[in-house]
Design a protein around this ligand. Structure first.
Ligand code: ADP
Ligand code: MG
Length: 333
């Protein structure tokens, strides 16, 4: 038990029982004991990942709590997706300033709706009083040896990105007043920022097809850099194939602030908070990749190629090298 949280009517254990305890589904034991118990499927490896969301750092204090519950789990499910793992269960470590039903109700609803959509059972956690801080650990499973890793890219591989890139960053820039978007465009970009879609089905469909994968959390180029370093290769990316991956259209951007014409490439290439999959596959797998995209109902675009020469080169539609630099998000930069 932790620093006790109390409202007039509810304490820490009532809170856990009311908001976060449900009948167990797949787990052998869920919320309520010192540990939860989970029985691994024979022949599978457990995939485990944690992500923390801190108020003021990862989200605004006034963020819609239902979307926040969704996002806190979505960013974790995205890590399972990047490894090609199937979600099994999650734990929730929550630091809360106070017990506020008007916040906890929608937060739990958003989190548990996404958990249910992916068969990811909430089996435990920790609850304490403190600044708002949400840390989720997800557990998934993947057939032994089949996890998609950052280290598997090979020279000649095609590079692909799923879905749309850059809209979350556009929304952030707009919400912070640095650019201006038309209202409908802001609403859709904001949805991408606050309620991202983890590409769980695509990740699993890419097992045995993709050679490497990562989820785009800090920006396309920075995250591609992780694949290149882990795999000991370089890459060439055609930025004309990335620019149209942003969903908001240029006409919806009313003012670009200091970014000018660089706004769209900057957001697409280095925006962050996209939670799309970035992966590589041999050119012989092009039809298999297309079939995986179709089966998982997730668009994918081929944006470049893995090369032997180290480093990341950007080219335009005419094959000319682009010298502009795009920095990805780094919490400590
Ligand atoms: P302990 O003190 O033994 O660590 P706690 O009192 O912290 O146990 O938690 C009691 C039970 O409630 C445990 O099973 C724990 O996993 C679960 N739990 C605590 N907080 C949460 C939460 N936010 N969501 C889900 N389960 C939780
Ligand atoms: Mg505890």
């Amino acid at each position: 038990m932790d620093a006790v949280i109390r409202s007039n009517t509810m304490g820490e254990f009532d809170l856990i029982a009311h908001y976060f305890t449900r009948p167990v589904q797949r787990a052998a034991l869920g919320v309520g004991d010192d540990c939860a118990l989970l029985v691994p499927t024979p022949g599978m490896q457990l995939a485990v990942s944690s992500d923390m969301l801190v108020e003021g750092r990862h989200f605004f204090a006034n963020t819609n709590p239902e979307r926040l519950g969704h996002k806190a789990l979505a960013v974790n499910l995205s890590d399972l997706a990047a490894c090609g793992a199937r979600p099994l269960a999650c734990t929730l470590a929550l630091s809360l300033p106070c017990i506020d039903a008007a916040w906890l109700d929608p937060f739990a609803r958003g989190l548990l709706a996404l958990a249910d959509a992916h068969g990811c059972e909430l089996i435990g956690g920790d609850t304490t009083q403190g600044p708002l801080n949400i840390c989720i650990t997800v557990l998934g499973e993947v057939p032994a040896g089949q996890a998609l890793l950052r280290s598997g890219a090979r020279v000649g591989d095609d590079i692909y990105a799923s879905g749309t890139l850059g809209d979350a960053r556009l929304a952030l820039e707009a919400l912070q007043g640095r650019i201006t978007l038309a209202a409908p465009a802001l609403a859709s970009a904001r949805q991408r920022l606050e309620a991202p879609t983890p590409r769980v089905a695509l990740g699993q469909a890419l097992r045995a097809i993709a050679r490497s994968a990562i989820d785009v959390s800090d920006g396309l180029l920075g995250d591609l850099g992780h694949i290149l370093r882990a795999s000991g290769v370089g890459a060439c990316v055609d930025i004309s194939k990335t620019i149209n991956l942003i969903a908001v259209s240029a006409e919806d951007i009313k003012a670009t602030g200091q970014f000018g014409t660089e706004l769209l490439p900057q957001c697409t290439l280095a925006g962050g908070d996209d939670y799309e999959l970035l992966f590589t596959a041999a050119p012989t797998q092009r039809s298999a990749v297309a079939a995986a995209a179709q089966a998982s109902n997730t668009p994918v675009a081929r944006i470049g190629q893995i090369e032997a020469a180290p480093g990341l080169r950007l080219i335009n539609a005419h094959g000319q090298q682009v010298v502009q630099r795009y920095a990805s998000f780094d919490h400590f930069a």
